[in-house]
Design a protein. Structure first.
Length: 281
């Protein structure tokens, strides 16, 4: 039940109607019996500064920020945590007691928590290089998470090489190696992990074209896309015997720190939550 004392949060995006975050946070609010609400906030690109500035006045505890506002929020908040600063984007905003806005980025946390939860027993990120496809905001978060976890190397490939070079330059870690997109099959030699952060394989998009034949069977394969849950890449990897991790858990786990900051409870990711967010099969 929502009362006049309800704690408020939401998600800013444009469009925002497709977001599953209200479904996710609403489930937790109900599960933990919290007097609160999490609402979609449709904010056109030109209004994000006004929208963020209104949060304290409206009594909001904060919000998530999604496409196309993550980079703008990075520039507009009063302070940044270390993860947002390194990734260069904000996906979580917390209104602090003095009314100022702190920008955080929980995408890397969500990626790593999901990978740990889904990886088979004995898999170790330190056992070989990771191959990361893509060079957008999600790839930045993934790369930071893998570097922090101790990955011995990251082979970064993007259809536009210049964007991959920019990402590698920004992170300035000699474990990052940029390769040409055309060399993606060869980049799998000896890899311990393959991560697709591109939209290829997403519903309505063409599948990712990649030859997995030299990927070690010990390698883990994950895709941050969760619609469909099992992308063509994940299906091809599973068919040849690789362990796979779908992308839904990244969405679920990245929401946990924000929920804790806004509503005071550390929520758990469960099979029941996954079914709820996925909806009818």
């Amino acid at each position: 039940m929502v009362t006049g004392k309800a704690l408020l949060a939401g998600v800013m995006g444009w469009p925002v109607g497709h977001s599953r975050s209200p479904l996710l946070h609403g489930y937790w609010l109900n599960q933990y019996g919290i007097d609160g609400a999490y609402v979609p906030l449709a904010v056109p690109p030109g209004r994000i500064e006004q929208a963020l500035g209104a949060l304290p006045a409206l009594g909001f505890r904060g919000c998530n920020v999604t496409v196309p506002h993550k980079e703008a929020a990075f520039r507009l908040v009063d302070r940044l945590d270390e993860s947002a600063r390194r990734i260069g984007a904000v996906n979580t905003v917390v209104v602090l007691p003095d009314g100022s806005l702190e920008g955080r980025n929980t995408d890397g946390y969500g990626f790593w928590q999901n990978l740990q939860a889904g990886a088979p027993v004995g898999w170790d990120v330190c056992s070989g290089p990771a191959v990361v496809l893509g060079a957008g905001g999600a790839a930045r978060a993934v790369a930071v998470a893998l570097l922090d976890a101790g990955a011995p190397g990251i082979r970064l490939l993007n259809r536009t090489r210049a964007r991959a070079e920019e990402l590698a330059g920004d992170l300035a870690d000699d474990r990052l190696q940029v390769l040409d997109w055309e060399d993606r099959a060869g980049a799998l030699q000896g890899a311990a992990l393959l991560v697709n952060t591109t939209t290829q394989g997403m519903q309505g998009q063409p599948p990712l074209q990649i030859d997995l034949s030299i990927l070690p069977l010990s390698a883990l394969v994950t895709d941050i896309v969760y619609s469909p849950l099992i992308t063509p890449l994940l299906q091809a990897a599973a068919d040849r015997g690789n362990a796979i991790v779908d992308g839904l858990g990244m969405l679920l786990h990245q929401a946990r720190p924000g929920f804790h900051a806004w509503f005071g409870t550390d929520p758990q990711v469960t099979d029941a939550l996954r079914r709820h967010v996925l909806g009818p099969a």
